[in-house]
Design a protein around this ligand. Sequence first.
Ligand code: ADP
Ligand code: MG
Length: 728
Amino acid sequence: MSQLRFNALEKSSSKQAQKIDVPSKLSLLFNENVFSVDTMREYLPKPAFKAIMASKEKGSKIPREFADQVASAMKDWSQSKGVTHYTHWFQPLTGTTAEKHDSFCRPHEDGRAIEVFDGSALVQQEPDASSFPNGGIRNTFEARGYTAWDPTSTAFIIGTTLFIPSVFISYTGETLDYKVPLLKALQVIDEAATDVAKYFDKNVTKVSSTLGWEQEYFLVDLNLYNSRPDLQMTGRTLIGHSPAKGQQLDDHYFGAIPMRVLSFMQDMEIEALKLGIPITTRHNEVAPNQFECAPMFEEANQAVDHNSLLMDLMGRIAKKHDFKVLLHEKPFAGVNGSGKHNNWSLSTDTGENLLSPGKNPKKNLQFLTFFVNTIKAMSEYGDMLRSAIAEAGNDHRLGANEAPPAIISIFIGSQLTNVLDELEKVKEGKLSPEEKTDLKLNVIGKIPEILLDNTDRNRTSPFAFTGNKFEIRAVGSSANCAEPMTVINTIVAQQLKEFKVEVDGLIESGLSKDEALFNVLREYVKSSRHILFEGDGYSDDWVTEALGRGLTNYKSTPEALKLELNQKYIDVYAKNNVLSEREVHARNEIKLEKYSTKILIEATVLADLSLSHVIPAAVNYQNVLVKNVLGLKEIFGKDEFTTLAKDQIDLIRIISTHINAIKKETDTLLSACNTAKELTDFQEKAEAFSNNVKPLFETIRYHADELEELIDNNLWPLTKYREMLFTR
Ligand code: ADP
Ligand code: MG
């Protein structure tokens, strides 16, 4: 056994759960470190407070003079909590969050120093953008960018630093982060959905998109993690034999949370609550050492920030407990990977959930309107969601019978399927009084207030209606939720705009409002049928059927990303002012490049593990066997020895076969990498990595995993799955 594996095992086995003081009233901690509405009210002059609230609620601009007052209030409040530095906190396309800390303390001309933080520092800061990915924009424009305060999300304190949620933009105005397109999409859905909601309630003046995410993750002992170069460098294990006991027994899912893990969770939740992240749920997941946490849903922008913040927070708290959090979609082969469900809905400033069926016909027609429009949007633009969740890690899950397939379809349950069936039968044009009664009974009347399918849901669907919201299930665990949220809000907004034009047209031509709504909805149901699927999404039959229905099934990231450049999709972004054509292209390049880089890193690490860990261990063990065989021959002589040493000799041969295969395939891998690296077209390069490099991982892994089973446990250099996956 390598010294590293030995030490790691010894250290991890002696770890105990830490005692966490959990206050009896967790609610008292909520928002403790947040510049919350209450805190703002206390620290801000009234007009400035009003301006901030208006900006949060209506997206209105905050007058410049108030920025100074807000900055000063933030400084006073945070200094009272021991803060010395501030940072603009943003979410560049690297996928993690970024920060650059500046001190409040500034030298003054009279030789003293003073604490300064004014409106201009609050509003804008310049990090060096050249080191963040910005696609083709970098090539033609100046590399610099700036961050700008996003007043619609709340500032918070971590340690002695004030964090100011920000967006990241180039000097030429192109967006370089996840947040700007999201904010723009939230604005268009607000406008489009408000217009349509007014058909049902004139008092609606704002519609917000809501997001409730569910975050899955693995925990591994930090020492064991550090003993695996592949986990360290790529976030996943590239080799490793599945343990005899995996997840077959499902006992982890139902089991009690191990003590060491529980104390990590308690610690993490306390810190999350202080930061205003309303974590409410924790439980084990299907795979050993896999867990999930989920908050109450929030307005989408805030929820996106909170998810990014939580991913950072988990990492930091885990360290205190000698754990490493794995957010990778597939850290271990043979057991389930991790995802991040995005529950999405729309809510009005009159307190209604637009995707919630209700008590009266009017509320139900409103529900049906938003429900059918979402389905129609997905049937037109669902592939955009496929592209938005495409990422190297997620390729391991989608379509692998543990997460939804790469085919985008919608599950709505049998009750709502019946409602749509009836809706499709509604007569064209004007309706007689009898037909109207029939409609009320058979369409609207069949929408139940509480949906049965809410409990009986289909887990194999990538996009499922779950009672009062849609759940996007195919998002990867490490993803930034902003991207799927940008897509869903943009495409539903576009759809609602078209819907409004059609309905208004019919009203003008003499139909009543209800008749017009029914007529358009009926046509939408007809043209969206192909995306509705209630069956088993994991089955092979579905793959064939989906193909027949004209649905796409892009299994790899490069294929899925190619879709992004479809003119229809570029146009829907551009028309709604969410992303310009140029920005879509730039982002596409960044994603392709990120994909190629990830596969290249994995290939390099795998080659290193094969050549400098696995093969030497195999040779060492082979030498032991050779010595044994030679010894037997010396003692027993040629005749008896042939029988005695038969198995050892076979083993020596088998080991050689595996060694030779690993060596040969690793050489092929490295040369395939070299060829792929030379390609200059981003798409071609990503495809070369996907088609020519990645398949070799499996072959090499197969031989390495076979060797792991054959070789003396004491000689195997890498920490094994069974040692990493069963924390007590
Ligand atoms: P699951 O069975 O999928 O694990 P959970 O009950 O754990 O379901 O999670 C449901 C999630 O849906 C929670 O995060 C919750 O906050 C969220 N949610 C509930 N209502 C809404 C809504 N109107 N908009 C967005 N998300 C919502
Ligand atoms: Mg869920």
